[in-house]
Design a protein. Structure first.
Length: 325
């Protein structure tokens, strides 16, 4: 028979007073160790050894059941019930044998990153839990761990990235008293642009059912792919525009203009979220160039937390103007 750790279990000891007469006493053993004595004749009931403070006898018609409360993983073993009738000559069955094997849902499942706990669920509910993790720098190497504690027998741990199963980097196990085990599955990965907002999950399967699923959405600092200034030749005294586009960064890249100290201008900024959850930002400046602005050097620069150094694009203004006579 099987019992689940932390739950209750009944060891049934059937009898028939009508056919066999009154009962003098009943004794339960695990192996050779007596663990309970019960006498309805003398109104005596006493737990011994491993069952002290966590057992009782429950009468249920033609049966006296030993209820073991709060099963432990160490309760495995061979059990027997022995009945002594008042009429010792009775031929009624008086010995009943059981082999108990306990199983245990994980005491807890813990998802960690770089040694720090991110999410955890505990017995008896376990279940599903989600969160957000990061932000990570582009190309950071991160080690994740999924720990399954005090499970019996061993569970199965599966990693998934964006819904696709991926292989673990390693597995450590620790055997516990009573046949339980602690498990720790490792996953090492280098964070890249394609991981932005991807879901990384650790799924734990026990006795052919998923009992826990911990997942995190990865927040990644993505450097902009490019910064580019677009302009044409200008005519003195005519309205002109220059465009700087910073493409596909997260968080959104913010263009900054340099070299315009002596050139009054207005600026319009447009931000677009791309399909990959990065941002493209376009800064358009409008101004009226004059002859003195000819060959002025201007730059559009983007400083970003995912960049070691700013990205910059530099241009020379060419302004057509009439020569003074």
């Amino acid at each position: 028979m099987f019992g689940r750790v932390s739950e209750s279990l009944h060891l049934i000891c059937p009898h028939s007073v009508a056919d066999c007469g009154e009962i003098h006493s009943m004794k339960w053993y695990r192996g050779t160790e007596r663990i309970y004595v019960y006498s309805p004749f003398s109104s005596f009931s006493n737990a011994e050894g491993i069952l002290v403070d966590r057992s009782t006898v429950v009468e249920s018609g033609d049966s006296s059941d030993l209820e073991i409360q709060g099963l432990l993983s160490t309760d495995d073993g061979n059990y027997r019930c022995e009945i002594t009738y008042m009429d010792v000559s009775t031929s009624c069955p008086s010995v009943f044998l059981y082999t108990l094997t306990t199983t245990a849902l994980p005491e807890s499942v813990v998802l960690s990153a770089a040694g720090e706990t991110v999410l955890s669920v505990d017995r008896p509910d376990l279940g599903t839990l989600a969160g957000v993790l990061g932000p990570y720098q582009f190309e950071d190497e991160v080690e994740f761990a999924c720990e399954v504690l005090e499970v019996k027998p061993a569970a199965s741990v599966t990693w998934r990235l964006a819904g696709t199963e991926i292989s673990a980097s390693g597995l450590e196990t620790e055997d516990l008293e009573g046949g339980g085990v602690n498990m720790k599955s490792f996953l090492k990965m280098v964070v890249g642009r394609d991981h932005l907002a991807s879901s990384l999950s650790c799924s734990v399967e026990f006795e052919e059912a998923e009992v826990a699923n911990l997942s995190v959405e990865l927040d990644v600092l993505v450097p902009p792919e490019s910064v580019e200034v677009n302009l044409v030749d200008f005519v003195a005294g005519q309205e002109a525009t220059v465009i700087c586009k910073a493409e596909r960064g997260r968080p959104s890249p913010q263009p900054v203009w340099l070299g315009l100290d002596n050139l009054p201008y207005t600026e319009d900024i447009q931000e677009v979220e791309e399909d990959d959850l990065t941002y493209t930002v376009t800064s358009t400046i409008s101004f009226q160039p004059e002859a003195e602005h000819h060959q002025t050097q201007i730059s559009c620069s983007v400083d970003h937390p995912a960049l070691a150094d700013p990205l910059k694009d530099q241009r020379i203004l060419y302004v057509k103007y009439a020569q003074a006579v």
